[in-house]
Design a protein around this ligand. Sequence first.
Ligand code: GLC
Length: 487
Amino acid sequence: MKKSLENQVIIEKQPSVLFVASEANPFAGTGGLADVIGSLPKAIAKNDNYDVRVVIPLYKDFSALYRDKLKFVGNYNVPLSWRNQYAGVFSYKKDNVTYYFIDNEYYFKRDGLYGFYDDGERFAFFSKAVIHLMDYLDFYPNVLHAHDWQSALSVVYLRTLFKGVEKFDNIKTMFTIHNIEYQGKYGRDVLGDLFGLDNYYDILEFDECINVMKGAIVCADKVSTVSPSYAEEIKYDFFSHGLSPITNMFAFKTLGILNGIDVNLYNSSKDKYLFENFTMTKMDGKKTCKKELQKMLCLPEREDVPVIAMISRLVSHKGLDLVKAIVDELLCEDVQLIILGKGEAQYEDFFKRVQEEYSGKCRTVIAYNKDLSSKIYSGSDIFLMPSKQEPCGLSQMIACRYGTVPVVRSVGGLKDSITPYNLDRKQGNGFSFNNYNAHEMLYVLKDAIFTYHNTDEWSKIVKCAMKTDFSWKKSSLQYEQIYNELL
Ligand code: GLC
């Protein structure tokens, strides 16, 4: 921004925010975190009030499309306890966001992003490398915004080992919890030997473990979760995975901001994976999507039967036990059920068995597949998401974008994004139930199935779903407001 002041031209530098995370679309990702880190920074950059940068590790599993486009910036050393490790840095600019990728083949040249015996060390290295990156680039952001346990130590390092150094002390910090289930818990021995934080036991200890998420909650200037309801829920034992004493203690600096999605990416009129594109005012394409989907999955091609879909990691907190309990009763109805996902063997096996038993009614695809998921989002009628816990959830929003009506349990971000279609049948973008109870879910599913056959009513709900604003517009400004307050 330029200002004229008594003949002088002062160039005011934009304040800056550095996102620190372990994944970001379209470069490397495994789930919702990658979606958020792939879309929120872009939305903030678009508002043009902040210089937005993002840093993630450079994994072996890095998008082949972008790998050759990266620019090598240089390399530096990262002390990590008694170790001294190499860090290379690459960069790429996209949508006005500068991305940095931290390279170290010992830590990141592996198949997959997580699940290694030394994940604690890998992400301690990454977090420490982020702080040294600032020195290397001579770039000290106004706000460091870290996400989930993998980046939690970046906040802790700033407030411990680097405390007292003005350029670091000036950096404000925000820590966002995408899922409190994964906290980064280790034995006490990691503190000195891996993290180099022997003197900071009090900050990192919780319940006789070293807990890096707890450390970030203590150290961050602001803590957030990915929906307002989840920010409340994590104060309770049922949701907090043991951390409720901490979430309560620091509730004063915690808030929830609902995630958005990239509405350009999830767009029924543009998505290239769809059998036919469609819009809210021209819905014919959705019929083609349904017919072709049924054909592709060898289900009877019937327009009059509601297709119920689930696209989900097949893990217990997604509420699969509820589906297990009523699947026979559900499949007694004239419906078709499609399951797409991967996860725990018990659920994969179960849904494979259901497909065998109900071959003309149910299809189970054990995979994570972007192409097929777009085809299912667009070709289905009802999207089932009965999560036991859901910090935010993005699939229910994506389903709405493709005119598929969500049936959700009213919890966390599902509660904040899906309003039940109410009795006077005028508004609401889906159906929801409250208790974690299989028959309560079935009852609501049956209501949705019944309503589906009332074509006029159903098209109203579909319109409401498609009309809902799931963009980052509002939430990106909320984040900016927090940054502004911190500064
Ligand atoms: C985690 C949460 C999910 C959320 C996503 C993005 O994956 O489990 O609910 O939508 O992060 O914030």
